[in-house]
Design a protein around this ligand. Structure first.
Ligand code: DC
Length: 226
């Protein structure tokens, strides 16, 4: 086989908001020298573009036109939309709350899935999201479903926001995260759920180090099985 065409394996990491996917996915990608792809940032970039352009989020056709034409560029921890860096804007509560309903639109998902599959064509990716193991990369060699209790996820999100100088009340965050979970899990298209062959890990019980170690062990097993 020609070396340039050789496909390396892919790692899919799914789970609800605040389960620790990003930390773990980035560390696994670094350890393996793989490309890290944060698919949530792509949906967030679309929400940003909707707000920036003044398009009515209820106007599905206009949202789809934006999604079709939006040029999204990702680097670890950074995001650009049409050449503008939007990293510092896309984690705001306003964007978080708008992203979830936009991500429920089947045509928006179809567009994002096409882009994501193109990024993973040659393997060598660690991709995190909600539907990676089920829809985007059903053939991924390693699939992880990372969960944590709502209380723990709220605690982490609060700390994360606080580190960025944003203070939010626990009850408000809890309500928002629970609503996003319900929307992401309850939608008709690509709802959040573990793939049948996913390994489920609970990050209430495990440190980020433990989770990374377990994923790297699985990658080791699967690559030797090639
Ligand atoms: O992972 P995150 O919190 O940045 O994701 C933002 C939103 O996008 C969240 O509501 C779930 C949605 N999302 C999705 O539907 N599918 C993905 N593959 C990734 C994120």
């Amino acid at each position: 086989m020609i070396l340039a065409e050789r496909k390396t394996l892919s790692v899919a990491i799914d789970g609800p908001a605040g389960a620790g996917k990003s930390t773990v996915a980035r560390r696994v990608a670094d350890a393996l020298g793989f490309t890290y792809v944060d698919t949530g940032a792509m949906y967030r970039a679309l929400a940003w573009a909707v707000l920036d352009s003044g398009v009515n989020p209820q106007n599905v056709e206009a949202v789809l036109t934006l999604a079709e034409n939006l040029d999204i560029h990702l680097e670890p921890g950074r995001v650009w939309a049409d050449g503008r860096e939007i990293t510092e804007w896309i984690r705001s509560p306003e964007i978080s709350n708008l992203t979830s309903p936009l991500a429920a639109l089947p045509e928006v998902r179809a567009r994002m899935v096409t882009l994501q599959q193109a990024m993973a064509r040659r393997g060598g990716v660690v991709m995190e999201g909600r539907d990676i193991g089920t829809v985007v990369l059903p053939e991924a060699e390693v699939k992880i479903f990372l969960t944590a209790s709502l209380a723990e996820r709220v605690r982490r999100r609060r700390e994360e926001l606080s580190a960025g100088g944003v203070e939010r009340e626990t009850e408000t965050l809890e309500r928002e995260i629970a609503a996003r979970d319900a929307r992401d899990s309850g939608r008709d298209t690509a709802p959040l759920r573990p793939a049948e062959d996913a390994v489920c890990l609970d990050s209430d019980q495990l440190s980020a180090d433990d989770v990374v170690t377990q994923i790297l062990a699985l990658v080791g097993e699967r690559s030797h099985g090639e």
